[in-house]
Ligand binder design. Structure first.
Ligand SMILES: NC(=O)c1ccc[n+]([C@@H]2O[C@H](COP(=O)([O-])OP(=O)(O)OC[C@H]3O[C@@H](n4cnc5c(N)ncnc54)[C@H](OP(=O)(O)O)[C@@H]3O)[C@@H](O)[C@H]2O)c1
Length: 318
């Protein structure tokens, strides 16, 4: 089968398109004929040898490897035992995360429990855009932050993969006000997704136009100046970093603000809940761009240029 592989850590050019043996599913596993694979930041972090992760917690991945944990496709073969899936069923999933998967390929193995029925209303390209970003937003909003009715939620990096799902799930949870922070070209996209207020961070310092009014900040941007949005929060507010950042914990504590983030985990049952929201049109998927699997290197170059509006997807079949 064809796959996009990494033989040496480095830039997008390290992704090579080549033939490798088709994998064989073990007990509790499913072989999926991949129709589309989503591109996520950890895919290119892995390709670069996780050089943006502090050494103490840096994952070590032996070379060569096939990246990719988001897939949408059709069940091709079942491993021994009852997986609950049938050959021919359309599925999508975040495979084996946190951990390694090999989704940039014509066939990929997944634990049966990491898959869900593909939303009937979506094609494979759209479905492959959902798993990691959708589950991250879902797990932050529902499991960890337990957002309910009322309150102001600000999503920083609102147009990106995680952000565009987070603004919608916060609204579905019943937030009184959802504020989206992104660069100006995303305003219509985010307004169409139902945000109440849009702040273009390239034109105004967010913390100067939003002050003492945010109950929950979902920050998909992070970085060394993650703390700059602290003045936007009211006392009792919560900052939920989606990526590593410096949030000045002492200053936050003095302002009565707590800081706590989490890592997304594969979960087929939660993905099935997202599938229902997608099928009923309550949740929308944004697609930034689509590349053929053979051009995975170009897809990574696009990802690293940043400023995404929704997700990048690799077309593998069809
Ligand atoms: N905790 C977890 O388990 C988990 C799961 C998934 C992802 N992540 C991490 O979360 C981060 C976001 O992932 P993603 O997939 O959503 O990335 P993404 O699709 O690349 O989106 C990032 C978004 O941030 C915006 N942005 C960049 N600089 C900004 C700034 N200074 N202020 C506001 N917005 C800014 C970008 O567009 P504009 O600048 O044009 O607005 C872009 O839309 C990554 O670091 C990823 O590794 C963590």
């Amino acid at each position: 089968m064809w796959a996009a592989r990494v033989h040496a850590f480095g830039g997008p050019e390290q992704l090579t398109y080549e033939q490798v043996p088709r994998p064989v599913p073990g007990p509790g596993e499913v072989l999926v004929r991949v129709h589309a694979a989503g591109v996520n930041p950890p895919d290119w972090y892995a390709r670069r040898g996780f050089d943006n992760i502090p050494e103490a917690i840096r994952p070590v991945w032996p070379l060569p490897f096939t990246p990719g944990s988001d897939i949408s496709g059709v069940v091709a073969e079942l491993g021994p035992g009852d997986s609950g899936w049938q050959v021919g069923g359309e599925v999508f999933g975040l495979v084996n995360f946190p951990g390694r998967a090999a989704g940039y390929a014509e066939y990929a193995i997944s634990p049966a429990a990491h898959l869900a029925r593909k939303p009937a209303a979506l094609g494979h390209l759209e479905a492959a855009a959902v798993p990691m970003a959708g589950l991250t937003a879902y797990q932050f909003v529902v499991d960890h932050l337990r957002l309910g009715v009322g309150g102001t939620v600000l999503v920083n990096g609102a147009a990106g993969g995680v952000g565009h799902f987070a603004v919608q799930l916060a609204r579905i949870a019943g937030a009184a006000q959802v504020i989206a922070v992104a660069s100006g070209r995303h305003e219509d996209f985010l307004t169409d997704l139902g945000v109440d207020r849009f702040v273009d961070y390239t034109r105004a310092a967010v913390e100067e136009v939003v002050r003492d009014e945010v109950d929950v900040l979902i920050d998909t941007v992070g970085g060394p100046d993650g703390h700059r949005l602290l003045p936007a929060l009211r006392r009792g507010g919560r900052i939920a970093p989606v990526f590593l950042g410096d949030y000045h914990p002492e200053r936050a504590a003095a302002a009565g603000v707590t800081v706590g983030g989490w890592q997304v985990r594969s979960d087929g049952n939660q993905l099935a809940e997202l599938a229902d929201l997608l099928d009923t049109g309550r949740l929308q998927v944004g697609i930034d761009s689509v590349f053929p699997l053979s051009e995975a290197a170009r897809a990574h170059a696009r990802a690293e240029r940043g400023h995404l509006q929704g997700k990048i997807v690799l077309q593998v079949a069809g």
